[in-house]
Design a protein around this ligand. Structure first.
Ligand code: AMP
Ligand code: ZN
Length: 493
């Protein structure tokens, strides 16, 4: 019996605007696709929030016993500076400005992205495909859409015919827009260029002579449109209809709307059963964004090198701060909010630290099974992490009362309490019980001093093989020993 058979998970489906009982297509298995980053600059904390929301969702689905295939792509081509199919490719532009290869840009920021996710204790996705690795498949989907008559070619580019699609399907159903209103709003504003209508979007763009990131196609050299890669990679790895598709709220339109149109046009069926959208991180009440400069990088928070916050904060504190808001709510970053989260995080970790030493008795004053189920109920209600955290603090209150001898707990309840904390705090929320940086360096100092002492003993026993080994191994780790007249000291390189 798996946990998902006992727990009734409900998910807010952006497509229907309702919370629905979650039922995967294949029992026990889930296919989940989340739009990944465009790797032309460092991810800011806002991007991290969306990915962290889906990391928590991935973690809970796995905890329930589902086998999840989680696909999160890397956009390394096709995302233009202007969402309306105009302007330069974001990556090519960066490459031009820095006078480096586009793939150097991609490599640099993909490495940075992974490094940040590691620091924040993310689980890796099952597959992390790239747009440039799936050009052939993207060409295949364009062919299918052309064949079905929902696209047209003009001067080496191929555009999706939104008007034609809307006659037989419903363009705008995810974002709640009507094509007629979109047409009325854009008639005077948008230059449509070679498209038949401004709402049409590029499946393939002809490359201008100076465009370096391009591939051969039946319509000449060019590159794929941004929306196409996600349709291609999600359906390739998860099937023509799969369970969950996620991304930030700002991707609902046009990106996800266009994904639905492409998939329905090529396969004749709706691609996704549950659309999930994570809300934005704001700073000073404004959306955190690369383009406006209203953003902070994760590294700037961890190091404290920024003009916005009064001190550095650890990755777990930032994660805890994020988890204190529901993923569909806007969350505003401020110094006070982070300080409050830091306090809460330490209160939680202190209680967890005391847990193993709690004395047990014959009776319990706190109903642990009921409390454990409340934690599940919170998560089953569309991954409600703030309510879960409120229940965890209920647990903290009881741990403290038991420690002070004001309440009692049995051996089996203590084990269940420990298990629940492990499940929800560490596995589901992904928090880590890390010591502060200065405690870590105290420990490092103690260990190195011990090794210096052992080396001195080896030298006085004329065991130079051991003493040299200690010095060389430390040196290889970047810890240099220096022998002086007052003894041996060390430095970090
Ligand atoms: P991008 O690299 O711009 O394609 O964005 C990657 C992901 O970050 C997308 O899912 C966006 O919706 C999301 N995102 C961008 N800005 C924010 C923000 N301020 N808060 C939360 N998510 C964001
Ligand atoms: Zn996408």
């Amino acid at each position: 019996m798996q946990l998902y058979q006992e727990q009734n998970l409900r998910i807010f489906n952006s497509l229907t605007g309702k919370k629905e009982i979650f039922k995967p297509i294949n029992e026990g298995h889930i296919g989940m696709y989340v739009c990944g980053p465009t790797v032309y600059s460092n991810v800011h904390l806002g991007n991290c929030r969306t990915f962290m929301s889906f990391d928590m969702i991935f973690r809970y689905l796995r905890h329930l016993g589902y086998k999840v295939r989680y696909v999160r792509n890397i956009t390394d081509a096709g995302h233009l500076v202007d969402d309306a199919d105009e302007g330069e490719d974001k990556i090519a532009k960066k490459a031009r400005l820095e006078k480096i290869e586009p793939m150097e840009v991609v490599q640099r920021y993909t490495v940075d992205f992974h490094h940040i996710l590691d620091q924040f204790n993310f689980l890796p996705p099952s597959i992390e495909p790239t747009a440039t690795g799936h050009i052939i498949e993207q060409l295949g989907i364009i062919d299918k859409i052309l064949e079905k008559g929902y696209a047209y070619e003009v001067n080496g580019s191929v555009y999706f015919d939104v008007g034609k699609f809307n006659k037989e399907h419903e363009y705008g159903k995810l974002s709640g827009r009507k094509l007629e209103d979109m047409i009325a709003n854009t008639r005077e504003l948008t230059a449509q260029g070679e498209k038949k209508a401004p709402q049409d979007f590029a499946l393939w763009k002809k490359a201008e002579p100076q465009h370096i990131m391009c591939w051969p196609s039946p319509w000449g050299d060019g590159f794929p449109g941004w929306h196409l890669e996600c349709t291609t990679m999600s359906t390739k790895y998860l099937g023509e209809t799969f369970d969950i598709h996620g991304g930030g709220m700002d991707l609902k339109f046009p990106h996800h709307e266009c994904e639905i149109a492409q998939a329905e046009a090529s396969n004749g069926q709706s691609p996704v059963n549950y659309w999930m959208h994570a809300n934005m991180l704001t700073m000073n009440g404004r959306k955190m964004a690369k383009s406006t400069g209203n953003n902070i990088l994760p590294g700037e928070i961890l190091s404290g090198e920024n003009d916005i916050l009064s001190k550095p904060f650890t990755a777990s504190v930032i994660r805890f701060f994020m988890m204190q808001a529901h993923y569909t709510s806007i969350l505003d970053l401020s110094n006070d909010a982070l300080l409050a989260s830091e306090k809460g995080y330490h209160r939680l970790m202190d209680a967890i630290g005391n847990l193993k030493d709690l004395q047990t008795t014959e009776v319990s004053d706190f109903n642990i099974p009921e409390w454990r189920q409340k934690c599940y109920d919170a998560m089953n209600d569309d991954f409600n992490t703030p309510i879960l955290i409120a229940h965890l603090f209920e647990g903290v209150k009881h741990i403290n009362l038991i420690k002070e001898g004001k309440e009692k707990i049995t051996v089996s309840d203590k084990a269940l309490l420990q298990q629940t904390i492990n499940d929800f705090v560490f596995n589901v929320l992904g928090l880590e019980q890390k010591t502060e940086g200065n405690q870590d360096s105290n420990k490092l100092q103690g260990v190195v001093e011990l090794l210096i002492q052992l080396r001195n003993e080896a030298r006085s026993n004329r065991d130079f093989a051991t003493s040299d080994k200690i010095r060389d191994r430390l040196s290889a780790m970047g810890i240099q020993l220096k022998d002086g007249k007052d003894g041996t000291t060390f430095s970090l390189s």
